[in-house]
Design a protein around this ligand. Structure first.
Ligand SMILES: [Cu+2]
Length: 367
């Protein structure tokens, strides 16, 4: 017995349609409303809110709230002040973690103490400028956006109001990352599970602080006052600072990220505006999703990986030796002179098999 649809399509076409995998059905509002909700409190990077690596249930609605904070921030040890714009008060903004198929429901707040309109463009979202067209809010307003996380991976989000405001807000600190995990977790190239003990989120920022006639960095009363001079420096495309997590030294010394020999660390690295090349000195990327997209198999045993401006990548590494590891942008001028250096402080037992100083430094013997 043919249905009317089969009669219209013809038997062959109907058979072909029947053999095709069903498209993911679009859920209606009632179905979405019936989903479990989870409210997540975001934490400042390099830390990441608690989350499951393997989803224990079906898709849910994950609720996040982020105020936008405009403020002055010292970005180096000389006290250079940036007229910063931030998601949730941190640079980068906090990392959100959900699973593929979940719905992200973000309440974005622009307090009336701010001076500018802001919005959010999620590279993980589909349509309306990544949500940017639906989230533009003036000081004193808030907005709620929902999008479905249909692709797994690490994705940048950033402010994108309009025109020159877009790069200005981004290089003033307004970017962050969302990590959309596959529901069954990360996998290697053979489809075997990969798990991490810790996850750290490093957001790289390029800043463009104007200088006075003597070459000293200038300070400004307000964001508006700094705009014209900052735009001139931006257009030269040479950053005055390239830093991790909003300031030179934000992740070094006492602020080093801590781990242990034998622990597996996932390092997520974002750059919303400019290419970069993370490198762990004395370590490796055991598995690296350089483009940050988990549907692609990870590269293995990398020495340095490339993060395209406007993207976030992820590297998995198991520490094998104790000590202080510098994690740098391997443009070493940017790492050492401009600030793009972080530290991992790793505890544990030294492995002589992997490395040993066979003879301590001493005078060259005279024959
Ligand atoms: Cu903004």
């Amino acid at each position: 017995m043919f249905t009317r649809r089969q009669a219209l399509l013809g038997v062959a076409a109907a058979a072909m349609l029947a053999a095709m995998p069903p498209l993911a059905a679009a859920a209606n509002e009632a179905e979405i409303a019936a989903l479990v909700r989870e409210k997540v409190t975001l934490v400042a990077p390099p830390f990441v809110h608690a989350h499951e690596q393997v989803a224990s249930g079906g898709p849910k609605i994950v609720e996040f709230t982020m105020p936008i904070v405009e403020k002055q921030v010292a970005i180096d040890d000389e006290g250079t002040m940036l007229q910063a714009m931030t998601f949730n008060g941190s640079m980068p903004g906090p990392m959100m973690v959900v699973h593929e198929g979940d719905y992200v429901e973000l309440t974005l707040i622009n307090p009336e103490t701010n001076s500018m309109p802001h919005n959010i463009d999620f590279h993980a979202a589909t349509g309306a400028l990544g949500g940017g067209a639906l989230t533009l809010i003036n000081p004193g307003e808030q907005v709620k956006l929902r999008f479905k996380a249909t692709r797994s991976g690490t994705f940048v989000y950033h402010c994108a109001p309009e025109g020159a405001m877009i790069p200005w807000h981004v290089v003033s600190g307004m970017s962050g990352t969302i990590m959309v995990l596959p529901r069954d977790g990360l996998k290697n190239e053979k489809g075997e599970p990969l798990r991490y003990d810790q996850v750290f989120y490093i957001g790289e920022n390029d800043f463009y602080v104007p200088r006075d006639e003597e070459g000293n960095f200038k300070a400004y009363e307000s964001h508006g006052d700094s705009y014209a001079d900052t735009l001139e420096v931006m257009k030269g495309l040479i950053p005055t600072h390239v830093v991790f997590n909003g300031a030179k030294g934000a992740l070094t010394g006492d602020n080093a990220m801590k781990s242990k020999v034998g622990e597996t660390v996932l390092i997520v690295h974002s750059q919303a505006n400019r290419d970069t090349r993370p490198h762990l000195i004395g370590g490796h990327g055991d598995y690296v999703w350089e483009q940050g997209k988990f549907a692609n198999p990870p590269a293995k045993n990398l020495e340095t990986w490339f993060i395209r401006g406007g993207s976030a990548g992820a590297a998995l590494y198991t520490f094998l030796q104790p000590g202080v590891y510098a994690y740098v942008n391997h443009n070493l001028i940017e790492a050492v002179e401009l600030g793009a250096t972080a530290h991992f402080l790793v505890e544990g037992e030294w492995n002589d098999d992997l490395m040993k100083q066979v003879e301590a430094p001493g005078p060259i013997p005279v024959n």
